[in-house]
Structures are given as C-alpha cells and as structure tokens.
Design a protein around this ligand. Sequence first.
Ligand code: UDP
Ligand code: MG
Length: 319
Amino acid sequence: MMKPLISVVVPAYNEEAVLGAFHARMSALFDELADYRCEMIFVNDGSRDRTQAIIDELCALDSRVACVNLSRNFGKEIAMTAGFDHAKGDAVIVIDADLQDPPELIHDFIREWRAGYDIVYAKRTHRDGETWLKKATASAFYKVMDKVSGKVKIPRDVGDYRLMSRRSVDALLQLREQHRFMKGLFAWVGFPSKAIEYRRDPRAAGETKFNYWKLWNFALEGITSFTIAPLKLATYLGLLTALLAFADGIWIIAKTLIWGDAVRGYPTLMVTVLFLGGVQLFFIGVLGEYLGRIFGETKQRPLYFVQGHTPSGSSKQSE
Ligand code: UDP
Ligand code: MG
C-alpha cells in the first residue's frame, strides 16, 4: 500500500536569504518521516529577489520540492491558498519560510493527526525577537476578535502554522472569498482541532514583511471580513443617541413652555453637533469598509494566477 503523503506548503516572498537553510532543515525532517511520502511546495508570491531562482535550483536538486510561481505578489493569505490548491497530500502543513516556526513540531502534528484530529495548530507560548509593541497590539487584536466573533472561536496566539487533514483542506478550499482572513477561515470550517504549544523563534534571516500599517489593515480585514459587529455597534449607538435626543427634546419643549427661552446654549449645541457629526462620519466609514468588500466580492475574480508550476517528482521514497 502507498504510504500517506504529507504536503508542506511554504509561502515565500523575498526570502532568498533563508530558503537554503529552510530546505536543509525541512529535508532533514523529511528523512526522519520514513513512514510517509513528503513534498514541500514553495509558493513564490511575486518575489523581486532571487527567490524563484533558488526555488528552481531546489526543484532540480530534490524531487520532493515543488513550486507554484504566482504572477505577482498577492499576499500571504492567497499564497497559502494557492499552495493548498496544488497540495495533493493526505495531510497538508503550512509553514513560514523564515524558520520562525520550528519544522520539528511536524512530528507532533502528525502524531495528533494520526490520533484523529483534523486540524493541529501550533500555539505560541513565547514570541522571542518581537517588540513589546507588536506583542501588545497582537494581544489587543485577539481580545477584540474574541469579543466580536460569536460562535466561531479563533484561538489566541495561533498563527497559520498548522496541519490539516485532507477533508479539512477540501472544506477550506470551498471558501473562495477574495478577502481571506485565514485565521477566521480555519476556525470557520470546524472539525476536531488540537493545539500544540511551542516557542516562536526569531526570524533566521531576512526581514519581516509585515509593518504596522499592514498589520492594522490585517486586523481591519479580520474584523470586517469576519464579523458584522461594527455595524451592530452602529445600530445600538444610533438607537441610544436617538433615545437620548428624544428625551432631551421633550425636556427642552417642557422647559420652554414653563419658563420661556432666553437664547443661550451655544456650547450644548456645538457639542451635540460635533458629537453627532463625528459618530456619523465614523459609521459612514464603517459602511464604506463593508461596501468596499462587497464590491471586491461581486467581481468574482479568480484569487490568483500562476505563471509557472513544477509538481514534486517521483521521490525515492515513493515506492
Ligand atoms: N509572505 C508571503 N507574501 C507576502 C508577505 C509574506 O508569501 O506578501 C510570506 C513570507 O515569505 C513568510 C510568511 O509569509 O514565509 C510570513 O511572513 P513574515 O515572516 O514576514 O511575517 P511575520 O513572521 O513577521 O509575521
Ligand atoms: Mg516571520
């Protein structure tokens, strides 16, 4: 009988500095997995450095290496999706190219998968080499997501590094939305899941691709593509202000009828106008965020284009 196939998907964007080391460590791990056939699928997400050249070399050297070369930079979320689309494994693992996710954890992933879990994800206990600001903002983000995401629970401090069974990958691949908040999509498909704790290492080489502006947009994407909590907030805040305004109106009418009115109240008027104007502008912005996303989805474009694809060859383990 054929041994089960493990596909490892590796999104790579300008990772020339680290790919060699990554391949060495991953293939050492593959050698230890004697009971499985393994492939690593690099997804070149429109890199502008030598990433593709290095991947081509690796493909030529090692038949377990496959490559999907996207037509431009689409972002990590879509790069991962492209990898999942091309992965044929009975289990599919996604891992960063920068060795921040220790490949050795894959042993534990596989053990839990064999024990019957569909999704085995890595939960960070430490985040070495990251600034306190990044840790604090990440923590705030998880808190907010937890509050607003309702039935679908997105686990804290869990990145994309995980193993997925064939059926959970197939489920995930049915979700073809443009705005792909992967942490949300992973959680949305459900299936029995298990966390494995680990220490997140600093990057082995090269630089992070996510600055604070990108992370902010990522958080915004997470919230708006995954929940309608901000719209609900608008409804309740609007309702509350309307009620208060109504009560205040009655009070003003009563007051004028009883005591008459000497024109004053500039501060009250100003405060009310500015407050209402601010709240309205803010929620027009919120509506705009949703409208923009609906606009994106209605175009129904394919998620990505591929300019080159090298499947993994017949590996020496494949008999
Ligand atoms: N990545 C990608 N496309 C992008 C940005 C990042 O494929 O547009 C990949 C990158 O090559 C790496 C992974 O996503 O393998 C995580 O990126 P990074 O290490 O920069 O993120 P961080 O660990 O700092 O959150
Ligand atoms: Mg990283």
